[in-house]
Write a protein that binds this ligand. Structure first.
Ligand SMILES: Cc1cc2nc3c(=O)[nH]c(=O)nc-3n(C[C@H](O)[C@H](O)[C@H](O)COP(=O)(O)OP(=O)(O)OC[C@H]3O[C@@H](n4cnc5c(N)ncnc54)[C@H](O)[C@@H]3O)c2cc1C
Length: 505
């Protein structure tokens, strides 16, 4: 499941961090938020380091559809439902400014990008109501959207909203250029350098515990998708959502716009320029992480849908990724704890991070340098009117509680017949009374604890990715229990005795 952007793309590996050094700012995470923040800070003469757990782009940014659009599906009406018109205007203004910064950056640095019109379209007559509502709230907020009766595409539509002259990019080309620019400002980016915790020191600094030893920082910026520290409880204010993407070669004409459906199952499309001929990218079928069985069927469903409208489409890549939807609909950008400027974060872009991450980076860097652009000032991690999101928080909390209890009930009912799961499958067992996650991948059977170390959710098998995913707050683990992403600080515990390869227990 490698994103099309990462296939055959040579990226130089960066060295892990050297322990015991001190920086003005340590940025944790080398996705779009982290790299733009680091670049802005470096340009202001700050002594910065970027610490990345994996490789640059191996988070969500390198797996994104990478539309750089201010028309964002039906986000406008979602925001407007819980916020004032002025708040929506400020959100759009921040996104517009971030888009323009990003396009100017690509232009100046020679990162190939394309202009394209963005469309939110109705897949059914029922969805046309949401399309009309999106048009109305965006018009009211001053965005020059247009209403269309249909879009000129092979797949049918029942009306659409269009915003002309948006943009799209190859996210890995963008991250590679940002990394090169950061390094040319004498800022080090360290890969394979996971941060496991952050402690305050008596002199007001912070010690970051990394796999390679401690690193000291005046200010810490968490640009890790969901924040890796539980302080501030952001995990409870975010809904982790996984989505699937597929890329195709096709002889059929590929529409030049960027399309997303107003309702579900989501269909999101764009064209990808490629030396071997343009590719078609189709995404969708999102769901809460760890709460869907048979995820491999969601990939086949996307392929089936695509072949219906582009009959000769041949898939060349399929992958999935996750992003975090804030319960209050607006991103969280700013201090992790109210009134404290020492640990900052940016998250909750609801799958529209190509602009929101850039806006967040300007707001975060501005807090540190004292030069926040006016349009980034309204971005905040703690809002007085967050109270309006309490019903959504209660619903999310109830869903989490339900997942927690049903997970443990499943574990209580699970047996252990001693057989090995068939290739490519995973199963919840109860081994010596411990809930155990047992799977067979590439001929190797492994058994690890099924209890997520974050808040003790019971993990579920993700057949598409061959991973164990936690339905509570979106932590994900490899077949052998290694932490892949999410708020859990460690992997799934090993169980003993281990399974002997190829043997029945
Ligand atoms: C399927 C999909 C399609 C999308 N399409 C679009 C789109 O078309 N347009 C759009 O605007 N947005 C889109 N988005 C959203 C957008 O891609 C994301 O919001 C954005 O890339 C998030 O950037 P980020 O820097 O916050 O996170 P990431 O890119 O995930 O970066 C976070 C980094 O932190 C690292 N990290 C995590 N934990 C640690 C740790 N403990 N120590 C060190 N490093 C750590 C990770 O390895 C990762 O590299 C999409 C999202 C998805 C899932």
């Amino acid at each position: 499941m490698t994103p099309v952007w990462l296939i055959d793309v040579p990226t130089p590996a960066r060295l892990p961090v050297m322990p015991d050094l001190r920086y003005d700012v340590v940025v944790v995470g080398a996705g779009l938020t982290g790299l733009v923040t680091a670049l802005l800070l470096a340009e202001h003469g700050k002594h910065v380091a970027v610490l990345e757990a994996k490789r640059i782009g191996e988070g969500t940014t390198g797996a994104s559809t990478a539309k750089i659009s201010v028309l964002q599906g039906i986000r406008g009406q979602r925001i407007r439902r819980g916020h004032s018109r002025a708040t929506l205007e400020a959100y759009l203004e921040a996104n517009r400014a971030a888009q323009s910064w990003l396009v100017d950056y690509c232009e100046a640095r020679g990162v190939a990008y394309q202009h394209a019109d963005a469309f939110t379209y109705a897949q059914t007559a029922r969805e046309s109501k949401a399309v009309r509502a999106e048009y109305d709230v965006l018009r009211e907020a001053g965005l020059p959207v247009q209403r269309l009766d249909e879009v000129d595409t092979p797949f049918p539509s029942f009306g659409a909203v269009r915003l002309r002259d948006q943009a799209q990019v190859n996210p890995m080309a963008l991250l590679s250029m940002l990394a090169a620019d950061i390094e040319s400002n004498a800022v080090q980016i360290h890969e394979s350098s996971a941060v496991r915790g952050v402690r305050s020191t008596d002199d007001g600094d912070h010690l970051l515990d990394t796999d390679r030893g401690p690193v000291r920082a005046g200010t810490v910026v968490l640009a890790t998708g969901t924040p890796i520290l539980d302080r501030g409880g952001f995990f409870a204010r975010l809904r982790p959502e996984r989505s699937y993407l597929t890329a195709y070669r096709t002889g059929e004409p590929i529409p030049h716009g960027m399309y997303i459906s107003a309702g579900g199952p989501t269909r999101s499309l764009r064209r990808v320029p490629d030396p071997g001929g343009d590719l078609l990218l189709v995404g969708g079928n999102n769901h809460a992480v760890g709460r869907k069985g048979h995820t491999d069927e969601l990939v086949s469903d996307l392929i089936g849908w695509t072949r219906r409208w582009f009959p000769d489409a041949e898939p060349i890549a399929t992958w999935s990724a996750q992003d975090y939807v804030p319960i209050g609909e607006l991103p969280y950008v700013g201090p992790m704890l109210p009134g404290r400027e020492d640990i900052l974060l940016g998250t909750g872009y609801a799958k529209w991070g190509m602009t929101n991450a850039v806006a967040a980076a300007h707001a975060l860097a501005g807090r540190i340098t004292g030069k926040t652009p006016d349009w980034a000032v309204p971005l905040s991690s703690w809002r007085a009117n967050e109270i309006k999101a309490l019903p959504a928080a209660a619903k999310t909390g109830a869903e989490v509680a339900l997942e927690l209890s049903t997970g443990w009930l499943r574990a209580a009912r699970a047996g252990d017949d001693g057989s090995l799961p068939p290739e490519g499958t995973g199963r919840l067992d109860r081994r010596f009374l411990q809930p155990t996650a047992t799977c067979t991948v590439d001929g190797t059977t492994t058994a690890v604890s099924a209890v997520c170390p974050h808040l003790r959710g019971i993990v579920r098998w993700n057949a598409a990715e061959k991973t164990w995913d936690c339905p509570l707050h979106g932590s994900r683990f490899a077949a052998d229990g290694t932490l892949l992403e999410g708020p859990a600080g460690t992997g799934l515990a090993q169980v003993s005795p281990p399974i002997e390869p190829g043997h029945r227990r």
